[in-house]
Design a binder for this molecule. Structure first.
Ligand SMILES: [Zn+2]
Length: 394
């Protein structure tokens, strides 16, 4: 029999236990994504997990999270991955672009050289009003992308104009783009890249080169690249592919990767990838560091479609789902500092999440020469969470 004092003490302890228990079991989250297969290569996780979100950040990634949430996403049978990052897109050309790619699961983007010093304000305005983080690469050609070739007239590769534009927009310009194909830069390719590098190094920024069908040998161009620079369109077929006719990756390309140059897909529409070149490069073991779309407003009518579709194209070449997710999340996050806290579902990270569906069947994939292959798995975007909030499907 407890006396009054013992009874009160026991009751207080019980109440404290109850209070703690309630806190543990009745946690209230803003959002819980339930029952999906979480693939987060940043922490080597591939397992069925719930993801709880509070205050715009990842609060827990655990099996069967107890507690309530204001909103729930049923992800059973789907993949739950960090929000996708597209480091080569042109969604900064269109006011509707960022919202469209957000539907595809893209929660961070880089517009790769749509505009130059004369008109960079147009893409910056779109990046500024973008729902997800968006930044731009300034085209070394001061007028940006031109049908007649950005730097066919070498005076357009204007170092002073580019430097001036960057110094006024350091919060949005994250690098310099040099498009080097023969129909863009002609015989100026080497000098255009030299000037792009001159601009970029003075701000400690990376250069992204658009390779493929250049007049100068690729090795000569790649030798101008420094650690942190990016080569996009790595699957571009000859002339001046990264691989020679006997199936060897060029020594200059191997050396570039060793010193920290990144190699990106840049799917695009013309001249950027052909299945036979892809086969040879994948077989040589030189896999891309990142996937990117080279997206444009017409991408749903071309072989690009969306970033999950571009990622699916290498499943038939030995790439696993985890490999593909890594290349559109954590790998991309390492390239640009503004993405450094993205590409992960770590507790505490900003809650940007893509829910994808992996469908099995027969799917037609296109290279940029209208050649088709059939694959047996394809990723489809299913839901996007940005800063902890589910984006309505349009
Ligand atoms: Zn592009």
């Amino acid at each position: 029999m407890l006396n009054r004092r013992q009874f009160l003490s026991a009751a207080a302890t019980g109440a404290a236990i109850l209070a703690r228990g309630q806190k543990a079991f009745a946690a209230k989250y803003d959002l819980i994504i339930r029952g999906g297969r979480v693939i987060d290569p940043s922490v080597r996780l591939n397992a069925i997990r719930d993801v709880a979100i509070s205050g715009g950040r990842i609060a827990a990634v655990e099996a069967a999270i107890a507690g309530d949430a204001a909103d729930t996403v049923d992800a059973r049978g789907k993949l739950v991955v960090p929000g996708l990052l597209d480091i080569h897109t042109h969604c900064g050309r269109f006011t509707t672009g960022p919202g469209l790619v957000l539907q595809d699961g893209v929660t961070g983007w880089v517009d790769a050289g749509s505009k130059g010093a004369d008109n960079i304000g147009e893409t910056i305005a779109i990046a500024r009003s973008s729902p997800q983080q968006g930044r731009v690469l300034i085209n070394i050609g001061r007028a940006g992308i031109l049908p007649e070739g950005d730097t066919m007239n070498l005076t357009r590769a204007d170092v002073g104009a580019a430097r001036d534009a960057i110094s006024k927009n350091l919060d949005f310009i994250v690098g310099v783009k040099a498009r080097l194909s023969r129909d863009v830069a002609g015989e100026n390719d080497y000098e255009v890249l030299r000037r792009a590098q001159e601009v970029a190094t003075s701000f400690n920024l990376p250069v992204m080169i658009h390779m493929g069908q250049t007049i100068s040998p690729l090795g000569k161009l790649v030798d101008l690249l420094k650690r942190g620079d990016i080569v996009t369109h790595l699957f571009a077929p000859p002339p001046n592919s990264i691989i020679d006719d006997s199936g060897h990756i060029l020594p200059e390309v191997l050396a570039a990767r060793r010193r920290g140059v990144w190699f990106d897909v840049g799917n695009g529409q013309t001249g950027h990838m052909r299945w036979d070149t892809i086969t040879a490069i994948m077989k040589a073991g030189f896999w891309p560091d990142t996937f990117s779309t080279d997206w444009n407003a017409n991408s749903h009518e071309t072989g690009v479609i969306d970033l999950p579709n571009c990622m699916s194209k290498l499943f038939g070449y030995g790439m696993t789902i985890d490999d593909a997710i890594a290349r559109a999340t954590v790998n991309a996050a390492r390239i640009f500092p503004f993405l450094n806290d993205r590409g992960t579902l770590n507790v505490g990270a900003p809650a940007d999440v893509a829910v994808l569906e992996l469908r099995k069947g027969n799917f037609e994939f296109l290279d940029t020469y209208k050649n088709k292959i059939t694959g047996h798995q394809r990723l489809f975007p299913s839901a996007t969470v940005l800063g902890g909030k589910q984006i309505p499907r349009s």
